[in-house]
Each structure stands twice: as structure tokens, then as C-alpha cells.
Design a protein around this ligand. Structure first.
Ligand code: AKB
Length: 319
């Protein structure tokens, strides 16, 4: 029987992934953990407070619950990482190495660890960036993700640890707010649009970035983790892609529902980060190896968010 630990379960991805894993494996077989106190989104799960830098506590939780799969999502994202590079490097690397060492020692069945389009850099081809290409990240987050990919492949090759990974684009969900990413404007914008406020974007209007709706990201993650071993041929991390758009295009998509919505543009230090990343990603290797296919485009994502977010916000106000 599979028993799963989600590290970083209170985060934007973690809270949705924990709930989806609960539907598949049973809530009693999914343990949520985070450095923060548990939030309402994961109230149906057993919770363990965990700082992933503490390897002894991690081992204790794994033993106590008989865990055999770990989804290690805790990380400092790109913009936040630039404010304190040493801290971001330590957390992102030590956390991953603690999980990989534990998987090796305890012969865990499978590990999931997210990489990012941040592994690419200014010399990477920007359009339809291939799976294998130049990688020269210039953010501490991107450097830690690239190093992490190399560690994942190392632990697979040397010790047989079955670690699987995706290079996520910007993830757009409405169920919880993200923190510290460069692509996060595309989450905040829906909240501003619904509150009737004007939106000030920290990127310029024509900045294209690869993005993905959260339900596609959850599907990609679970499809990869449930793929038969022989289909998982990339042991660093897979390119996955869904949508590529600029701030102007997301504004236009929202204006189809809220015609009065207005945005202005005031690029800050995050513009340089965005400018170092690809515009769009070639994910043909993931499509061929384990059948990846996204379901949402920009307009279907916008419709879904604007339909569901108001109800969620009013349930928070009533709680
Ligand atoms: C960020 O913007 O830092 C993240 C990412 C692209 O990995 N959303």
C-alpha cells in the first residue's frame, strides 16, 4: 500500500496536489507537512510540522507513518530568492539532498521533485526551448534547480532512487495565493480583476512567458508519477508546456468577461528575471515518453477561474 508524504503542503501547488493525491490514494494515506501551520485547504489530512532542513525530523515522520513516496515541493522561488541568495540556495539544495539521502537509505519507492523553466538562461534558445539545450540560469533559484536536476539524475544512476521531475512553467491556480515567483502576476491579476481594482503589472506588457493552469500541472505530476518505469526516460527533469502569453493577452482574456478591467505596467527587478527565461517550451519528449497533453488554453483557464474564484472568496469571508 502506498503512503505518501507531501512536503510544502500549504503552498499553492502543495495544497491542490495533496487533495488530488487524497482522491487517488485515500486521505488517510496522504500526510501533509509544511514549515507553516496547516491551512484550511488541507484540513482533511494528517499534518506534521516539518522544516525540511531537519533531516532527523524528516526521517522520524517517514518512519512513523510508514511513508514510501515523497513529493518534495518546499522551495524559495525566483524573485524571493534574489532577496536572499544564500538562504534560497541552502534551503533549496539541503532540502532536496535530505530527501534524496533518505530515499536512498530507506529505499523509498518513489520521489517527486519539481524543477522549473528557471533552469534556462539568457543564452538558451527562447522560442520552443528544447529538452536538451544551453542552460545558463542567472538567478539563485534557477541555479539551485539546475543543480537539483543533476543531483536527481545522480541519485537515480548511482543508487537507483526513482526520482521523477517536471520543469514547471508559471503555475496559475486560484485556490491559494502563490509567493515569491516572477510568473505570479498571472495569479494576482484575477484577484484584482474580481475586486474591481486596476492592476499594476511588474512586467512589461509584451513579456511572453510559459504558463500552465494548476489542474494541468496536477495532472502532469500525477501522470508522470504513475507512469511505468520504462516510459520515464529523462531522469533530470522533463520540459512540460501548456500556454504562452504576455500580460496584454491575459488582460484581453479577462476583458472578455470584465470589459472595464484595466491594467498598467511598471516593470521592476523581476523584468530581468523574466527576460532571462524562455517565451515558450518544446515538450515533445514528455508527450512521446509518457503521453503528456495539457487541457487548458488561456481563455478556458480564464473562464474557469472567473467562474470559481468568487465562490471561494465568499466562502473565506463567511468562515
Ligand atoms: C517563479 O516564477 O519563480 C516560478 C517558476 C517559473 O518556477 N513560478
Amino acid at each position: 500500500m502506498d503512503k505518501i508524504l507531501v512536503i510544502g503542503a500549504c503552498g499553492q501547488l502543495g495544497s491542490e496536489l495533496t487533495n488530488e493525491l487524497g482522491k487517488i490514494y485515500g486521505n488517510e494515506n496522504v500526510i501533509a507537512s509544511d514549515i507553516s501551520q496547516p491551512n484550511a485547504a488541507i484540513k482533511d489530512f494528517s499534518f506534521e510540522q516539518l522544516d525540511v532542513m531537519n533531516s532527523a525530523r524528516l526521517a522520524e515522520i517517514v518512519d512513523h507513518h510508514g511513508i514510501n513516496q515523497v513529493y518534495h515541493l518546499a522551495a524559495i522561488l525566483s524573485a524571493k530568492g534574489e532577496e536572499n541568495p544564500q538562504w534560497a540556495w541552502n534551503l533549496n539544495m539541503t532540502g532536496l539532498l535530505n530527501v534524496l539521502e533518505l530515499a536512498k537509505e530507506k529505499q523509498l519507492k518513489r520521489i517527486y521533485w519539481p524543477s522549473s523553466i528557471a533552469v534556462f538562461g539568457p543564452s538558451t534558445p527562447r522560442v520552443n526551448t528544447p529538452q536538451d539545450t544551453v542552460m545558463d540560469p542567472n538567478t539563485v533559484y534557477g541555479i539551485s534547480k539546475l543543480a537539483g536536476e543533476r543531483w536527481c539524475e545522480y541519485y537515480f544512476e548511482k543508487y537507483g532512487v526513482d526520482v521523477r521531475s517536471l520543469r514547471y512553467p508559471g503555475l496559475i491556480g486560484y485556490k491559494s495565493l502563490p509567493g515569491g515567483g516572477t510568473t505570479d502576476y498571472a495569479v494576482d491579476i484575477y484577484h484584482k480583476a474580481l475586486s474591481g481594482d486596476k492592476f499594476e503589472c511588474f512586467l512589461s506588457e509584451d513579456t511572453y512567458l510559459p504558463m500552465m493552469y494548476m489542474s494541468d500541472a496536477i495532472k502532469a505530476t500525477i501522470d508522470l508519477m504513475r507512469a511505468p518505469d520504462e516510459q520515464v526516460k529523462v531522469r533530470s527533469s522533463y520540459n512540460v508546456s501548456a500556454i504562452s502569453f504576455s500580460p496584454t493577452e491575459i488582460v484581453e482574456s479577462i476583458q472578455k468577461h470584465i470589459p472595464d478591467f484595466k491594467a498598467s505596467y511598471n516593470p521592476d527587478f523581476r523584468q530581468a528575471i523574466a527576460d532571462s527565461w524562455p517565451d515558450s517550451i518544446d515538450d515533445s519528449v514528455a508527450r512521446n515518453d509518457w503521453g503528456w497533453e495539457p487541457a487548458y488554453d488561456l481563455d478556458t483557464m480564464t473562464s474557469d477561474i472567473l467562474k470559481n474564484l468568487p465562490e471561494l472568496l465568499s466562502s473565506f469571508q463567511q468562515a
